[in-house]
Every structure is written in C-alpha cells, then in structure tokens.
Design a protein around this ligand. Structure first.
Ligand code: ZN
Length: 359
C-alpha cells in the first residue's frame, strides 16, 4: 500500500507535494487534521502527536492567533503583528518539522476582506523566501470572502490564486457561510442558502479557479458552525458535499469521481458519524481549534487543582514548611500538562479522521 512518505519527504510541503498528499487522502478515504496554534508549545505538541501517530498534519494560524504568536505587546496596526507572528510560526515549523520526521502542511486560516493586508504581508514574505529557497514559506493560505457576493468572492480569489500559483502555493477559499456567534445560526434544520452551499455555486467556483490553477481547496458549508454548542444546535448535512461532487461530475462530464478537495470547518463538537460521512464525500482537511483549546486549558486546570497546595508559595507544602516547590511551578511542568491533554484530544481527531499510520 502506498504511504505518504513514498510520495513526499518529511518537512514543510509545498506545490505538488501538497496536492499529492490531499489527493491521496481523498483516494484512500481519510482526512488530515488542521490544528490552530498560538504558540510554539502548541506547534511542538501537534508535531509530537503526528509523529507518534505516524501521519501528516496541518498546522495553521488564525489572524488573531498569529498576532498572539508575535506577542500581545506588539501593535497590530496594519496587521503588522499578525504578519510577523505567522512568519515566525512558519519559520519555527520549517526548523523543527524534519526532526519530527513527518510531512507538514503550513497554512493560514480565515482571511476576510478587511484582513487582506495580512495576506498581502505574508505573500510578500513568501516571495522573499521563494527567491532564496526556490519554495514558499507557507504551503497554503486561506481567503474567506464568503460574506461577499459569490462573483466578487471568486473574482478576488482568482486574483490571489494567480499570485500564489507563481510560488506553487495552494489556496483554500470559502463558499457559503460557516455559522457561529456572529452569523445568526438557523436552528430549524431547513436548508438555508447561507449556511448550506449550493451545488451551482461550487461548480462555478471550481470552473473559474481551475482556469488559473489546480491548487485549491474549497471550504463548502453544510451547516458548520465555529465553536461548540449544546447538541442539537448544529445540523450538519454532509450529503450536500456529495450533491456538489455529483453535480460537477455530471455537468462537466468528468470521468474522475469526487473532483473537489473539501475542507471541513467548525469540526469541533461534531458527531463522529457526520465526520465519517463528510470524508466519504471528499473532505481532506478538517479544522480543529475549539476542542484543542479546551483540552489544553483543561490539562492545566486539572494540574493546578491537583497540586494547589504546592503552587501557593515558592517554599512550603504538605511535605514540610521548608520543602521547595520549584519542580511544581516551573512553567515547563505546567504547560506540559496542557500539551499532554491537547495531544490526547488530537489523537482522537486523527482517529475520527482515519488518519492513522499514513506515513
Ligand atoms: Zn473556519
């Protein structure tokens, strides 16, 4: 059986390597977890579990996550901290990924119209890096103009894809709206134009982008919501993805099945059977953020609760009034409990996405 490491080498992937891995996932019926990170602790933890699981991983930063990565003390006027943080994170991943021996896709998350200067800044860095190394700094970037009318969305996406394609960078774009706090989620379960992508829209997107490059993925929405809410609030309809694939196959008279590489947003809190179904219909990447955020914090909270009497002062604990507490409050010990807990949650994601032992 073909393994990922028969197709690509360990380290940060770019160009056709990315396409090969995503197509392989689609063909073999698994998806790759895309983890949102905000620190090197998250990155190292993600790489560690991917190595232990023996599979590839996608590391990604949101706009706010990237700003945090650079430091809360930096001004983010004109997106400067978000640009710097994303670059810094990518450089870290380039430095260490090979040591973990796994293929990594280095990606940036949602970029709405008003955040385009962030993407522009990262592309500038990609160009510099490409000139020097013959490959880009990032494997892929996302642009999210789903709030704009479709034609406008695709027009701008094409402009960016043209730019990115010169460096063989993949573009992820969103068609349809991922729900969430700000989007006014419709709970009735009725198919609704905004939360559920229409097949005609995906066909239009697919045809238009293909004129520029084959290096793109589509975050189509099928009731997805960012964040975790009480069960019943989110009604996922993965069959929408199947309808889209079938529609394109038919309209374009394609011989190949499942032409589109889909991305699953708002994966946190989803029922496992909906995830399995979505993979069957061509999802190759699933984002995970909310659930790993909780896991990381929860690991630390549990540790602090358990070791409370060792964390109140530098000296003095239940073992004696002169007993030192350094080995309990060392931040490395504390953060590691967050990492261990996040690793467990990520392991579950790899399992749900059937992404085990793929290298
Ligand atoms: Zn998202």
């Amino acid at each position: 059986m073909v393994k990922i490491l028969d197709l690509v080498k360990p380290g940060v992937l770019y160009g056709d390597q990315v396409t090969k891995v995503l197509n392989h996932a689609k063909e073999k019926g698994f998806a790759i977890p895309a983890v949102n990170v905000t620190s090197t602790s998250h990155i190292n933890c993600a790489l560690e579990i991917a190595r232990d699981i023996n599979s590839p991983i996608i590391i990604q930063l949101s706009n706010g996550g990237a700003a945090f990565f650079a430091g809360k003390g930096l001004d983010n006027k004109n997106q400067q901290a978000s640009i710097l943080g994303a670059i810094s994170a990518a450089e870290h991943v380039h430095r260490v990924a090979k040591e973990y021996g796994i293929p990594v896709i280095m990606h940036t998350d949602h970029c709405a119209k008003k955040l385009l200067p962030w993407l522009d800044g990262m592309i500038k860095e990609d160009e510099k890096f490409f000139k020097k190394n013959g490959k880009p700094l990032f494997s892929s970037h996302m642009i999210d103009l789903s709030q704009e009318p479709l034609k406008e969305n695709i027009k701008i996406a094409k402009k960016y894809l043209k730019k990115l394609d010169k460096m063989k960078i993949t573009l992820e774009l969103e068609v349809g709206v991922t729900g969430g706090e700000e989007d006014g989620v419709d709970n009735s379960g009725v198919e609704n134009k905004r939360l559920y992508t229409q097949p005609e829209d995906i066909l239009y997107t697919y045809e238009e982008l293909l004129k520029i490059s084959k290096r793109f993925t589509i975050a189509a929405t099928f009731g997805n919501v960012h964040g975790v809410y009480k069960p019943g609030n989110v009604k996922l309809e993965p069959k929408i993805l199947n309808n889209c694939q079938k529609y394109i196959e038919k309209e374009l008279n394609l011989k190949t099945k499942k032409p589109v590489n889909f991305v699953f947003h708002g994966g946190s809190g989803s029922e496992p059977e909906k995830i399995t179904e979505a993979i069957k219909y061509g999802v190759v990447k699933m984002n995970i953020d909310t659930d790993t955020q909780f896991a990381y914090t929860n690991g630390i909270v549990n540790y602090v609760n358990e070791k409370k009497s060792y964390l109140k002062s530098q000296i003095g604990n239940p073992e004696g009034s002169e007993s030192p507490n350094k080995k309990y409050y060392d931040p490395r010990v504390v953060l590691r409990t967050g990492e261990e807990s996040m690793k467990k949650r990520l392991e579950l994601a790899f399992k749900q996405l059937k992404c085990l032992n793929k290298n």
